[in-house]
Design a protein around this ligand. Sequence first.
Ligand SMILES: [Zn+2]
Length: 477
Amino acid sequence: MKQSGCESKRRNASNHSSPRRSGIARRMALALMAATLLITPAARADRTKLKPGWNLFSPQQDIELGSKVSKDADRQLPMCNDPQVDAYLNRLGRRLAEQAPTGGVQYPFQFKCVNDRAINAFALPGGFVYINRGAMEAADDEAQLAGVMAHEISHVALRHGTNQASKGAGWQLGLGALGAMMGSNMVGGLLTQLGGFAANSVLLKYSRTDETQADIMGTQILYDSGYDPRALAQFFEKLQAETKGKNPPEFFSNHPNPDHRIERVDEEIDKLGGPPKNYKSDSAEFHEAKKRLLAMPPPRKRPGAAAPGGGKRPGPASDNMADYDGTGFTIKYPDNWQKNGEGNAVSFAPEGGILQDSNGQPALAYGVIINLAEVHGDPASETALEDSTNQLIQGLERSNPGMKLARAHERMRLNGERALSTYLSSDSPAGGRETDWLITVVRPDGLLYLVCVAPETEYDEYGRVFERMLDSVRFKK
Ligand SMILES: [Zn+2]
């Protein structure tokens, strides 16, 4: 179940319904993206100047978003939880981050070791950096580890995660709807769509241009921190050489390998005037941390932890309900389900309830989505509910090809208010078809809609939970 692109509405939205807006915004985005990679005149043999591309989010929202997603990542990933290793990573990482040009923004950089042997690392917006033990164990010296970390820090400083989200790269909301969400609900809206941390989240989908930029800035950071700037390229060379004929390292699935990666880094070192004098390559601390990791057992398998998109069915919903306090309503939901989003844009899903659709994008397969759409016509009129519901369904059909009406509108009451119940059917990200039970009600701030989603074959099991949740809805006066 994807949300409608053009019908979504947030408070304080203006002009978002103009169909021309997204075209203009997209052209602006392309023009600004083209201006991102600024190279100063060659005569000065100066370093490449880089700055963040077009972004709908503010740097503060990068931090807010990264902080929320990182809480989820901490729960889902097998963390090393070794205070000595993490302290070392933070000392090294903050020293490097001091050299990153952030345009005056103070990102609260933090670095954590993940107990995963795959050679990989990633950074969430706002400075939340995760380094697999595999990357630390594969590094020969501190400079190589610093190279990987400087690359990740550069993704943060260049704001690549939210830049990709802003461009709506594969994200189900159109740019127009994204523009309409600007303001306080941006982060909540994006979180609702993301459904928390997923390893292939849109926030970690970098382009090859992003990768080249992170390599160049990473090399500059190494140079400015007094490390051998060749270490970044050396590490990539090593990854490539070690995996000849085998599967490519996981690093390249998060960070797509641009053409001429090593040559481009060497070029930048030339621009910087070669390696700095008395550069650092290694430290005793690095080898101490590496020794601790090599002695660390692999993570214990956590029962019931389903990998995102792993195809595992969610466990049963708890009978105990948690409270959600929305902008204009409250609702109860099973306390073993996860809430994503805030205000009037929120979803509730069991663990494993958010999967990837055929395009690899996160999509809710089990759970409830709540959102606000536009009211068409006079909200006080008799026909506003029906007309607005029809418009919403058309929008949902556009963003969910294959969606069909399964049962036409029926009148119902939601906490005493006039509401419509409509059953839709669409392709489930879990395979087969899903039932989407849509409930709409006109509220002072728009058309509030709830979509209860489950695969057709399992819908009976979830119907009881959905009924309970709907019975618990209370509108604020
Ligand atoms: Zn990268």
